[in-house]
Unconditional design. Sequence first.
Length: 273
Amino acid sequence: MSYALDDDTLRELCAVALSEHASENRFVALALATHDPLADIARTVERIVFEESFGLDEAAMIAEYTPYEEQSYFFLVLDRETGMPAGAARAIEGGGKTLDDAPDLIGVSLSEIVETHGMHDGGKIWDYATLAVLPRYRADRNGLTVSSMLYRSFINAGHRWDVRHVVCMLDSAAFRNLDMLGVRFIPMAGSTPFEYLGSPANRALYIPFEEIARSMGDMAELLSQPEVPDANGRRRPGARRLTQRLAAQVSSGDGLDPHIDMPGFERRQHPRS
């Protein structure tokens, strides 16, 4: 397990992965089990982004996430143009870090959180634990493409494993992006934003798994309607069309699913089945 692969190792592992997952698309997304060698690429992307954004270095990432490695699944986007990773995300089965850390952060007991959101029904819970897009992709629309592939990979994997409940703690940027696409999270037990792991405005959130794609589909439908000018008579057709397209793609998989593979999920029997 490594959060600090060097560039040569990253390039070598990415080259092998890209050769095994043919696609004409610039970006390819992979869903990986925790012991897949490619998962260390995802861990390294997590560390690079978290260190830049929140000051969490390799030692901090190891301390924070080692307890959850056996329950982790990784989503990794590779860039065929550069031969390197573009972004990564992680899901933790069972509620993971969010359900361990949130009670103290929001001042509500775990049992009350579980009761409030109906998570006592025996349905599978996933923590959408991390989302990391490398800095060079955030300056243009490629960043939204990478994020969209990570979101859709999470949805596809969640369907594969019959996930029913999703919990997460999102910083303001991640929350804003998902809210823009229509994902209507519920503040966990009515909580408000708080400081967490270097981020000043984190939110503890809950959403039924099936609501993620459905709510983005609703947003895509809403944005497909004629736009009403704001109070100053302005419209933003370009931004509106882009958001509508991304919400529609992530909710349906159109244009994304052909470029998403789940090799780790197919090779490995589910640990709790």
